[in-house]
Design a protein around this ligand. Structure first.
Ligand code: NAD
Ligand code: ZN
Ligand code: ZN
Length: 347
């Protein structure tokens, strides 16, 4: 089968021919229908050889931590899904056994590191291939009649903002304000989740006019360029009070201080992007009772909820479709910021 693999540190991923894997006991083999392209892959491929090895990633590694497919073959003992089922893959695999996993919080599994459990595409071979192994049917969610190509990115670009936003919803009633920084793959879905679930006025910042146009298209109330004047403009819009929640889908050196500067007392600042920024936290650096969070991905049950939001017609991922052969181009387009919404690879 064909697979898009990261083969050489620092080089572009390559389309290679490898054998179709066999599902072991308890595993499921999917025929992949779609795989989404995330900026985190670009981050991983930007690591030095030392950093990459220290993070425990193998080489070669098939990319793709957003996946959807059709159940193709069952490993011994698997009975909860059947051949032919259309499914989405829950990516932050845990042990299924620790307290966090027992609540569906597999993204915060306390045993995964010790057991060597890693997500598909981020340590284990991922979805950018004609077939992929899923370690346990527990990590599959029924897609039903949702289009896999349109909806595959809900497994990360939907689930991650959903998880981030859901915990701030009590602060986002009518008359409140939320700021979204970065209207890319995650951000443009986050805007729709905020509009669907909260009463907040949604203010969106980006450095790119086309991304701001996308933000407007998916429901942003106010858009502005993310620059040195943005904080003052946001404070003026809120009569000097600041906003009730900020979701930073960039997480870079300039965006985190901006997020802090516009947060009102008791606001939530949620940093989702891994852009290398950091926050100084102490009296005098931040308004009273601001909570700063750095969430990772989302819970198993939340993926079911996100897919239900799509089924209800409340969120719609903007996609740009590529073949597996064009996979390297999808990553080049992501790096040059020329993707509107999410790039999706269809084997
Ligand atoms: P993307 O490339 O699709 O979108 C990034 C957006 O940010 C683009 O629209 C870009 O123009 C904009 N941007 C860049 N610099 C900016 C700035 N200074 N101010 C405002 N906007 C700016 O990326 P994505 O796939 O949506 O991922 C976003 C970030 O989230 C990445 O850092 C990714 O690694 C991270 N991520 C984190 C998690 C998690 O669990 N915490 C999960 C998935 C992705
Ligand atoms: Zn991701
Ligand atoms: Zn666990």
């Amino acid at each position: 089968m064909k697979a898009l693999r990261y083969v050489t540190v620092g080089a572009a991923p390559e389309v290679v021919e490898i054998p179709i894997p066999k599902p072991g006991p308890g595993q499921v083999l999917l025929q992949v229908t779609a795989g989404g392209v995330c900026h985190s892959d670009d981050y991983v491929m930007g690591l030095s050889a030392e950093e990459y090895a220290a993070a425990g990633y193998p080489l070669p590694m098939t990319l793709g931590h957003e996946g959807a497919g059709i159940v193709h073959e069952l490993g011994e003992g698997v009975s909860t899904v059947k051949v032919g089922d259309a499914v989405a893959v829950y990516g932050p695999w845990g042990c299924g056994y620790c307290r966090n996993c027992s609540m569906g919080h597999e993204n915060y599994c306390t045993n995964a590191a010790e057991l060597g459990i890693t997500p598909p595409g981020l340590g284990t071979d991922g979805s950018m291939a004609e077939y992929m192994i899923v370690d346990d049917p527990r990590h599959l969610v029924p897609l039903g009649d949702l289009d896999p190509v349109k909806n595959v990115s809900l497994t990360d670009a939907g689930l991650t903002p959903y998880h981030a936003i859901k915990r701030s919803l009590p602060k986002l009633g009518a008359g409140t304000h939320a700021v979204v920084i970065g209207s890319g793959g995650l951000g443009h879905v986050g805007i729709q989740i905020l509009k669907a679930l909260s009463g907040a006025t949604v203010i969106v910042l980006d450095v790119n006019d086309e991304k701001l146009e996308l933000a407007k298209h998916v429901g942003a109330d106010i858009t502005m360029i993310s620059d040195g004047d943005a904080a003052a403009k946001i404070l003026e819009l809120t009569d000097g009070k600041g906003v009730d929640a900020v979701f930073d889908f960039v997480g870079a050196k300039p965006t985190i201080p901006l997020a802090i500067a516009v947060a009102a007392s008791e606001a939530d600042v949620t940093i989702v992007g891994i852009g290398g920024g950091a926050v100084e936290f102490g009296f005098g650096t931040i308004k009273y009772d601001v909570a700063v969070r750095i969430p990772y991905w989302g819970y198993r049950n939340e993926l079911i909820e996100v897919l239900d939001l799509a089924r209800a017609g409340k969120i719609d991922v903007e996609i740009q479709q590529y073949s597996l052969d064009d996979g390297p181009k999808a990553y080049a387009d992501l790096a040059s910021s020329s993707i509107r919404g999410r790039a999706v690879i269809v084997p």
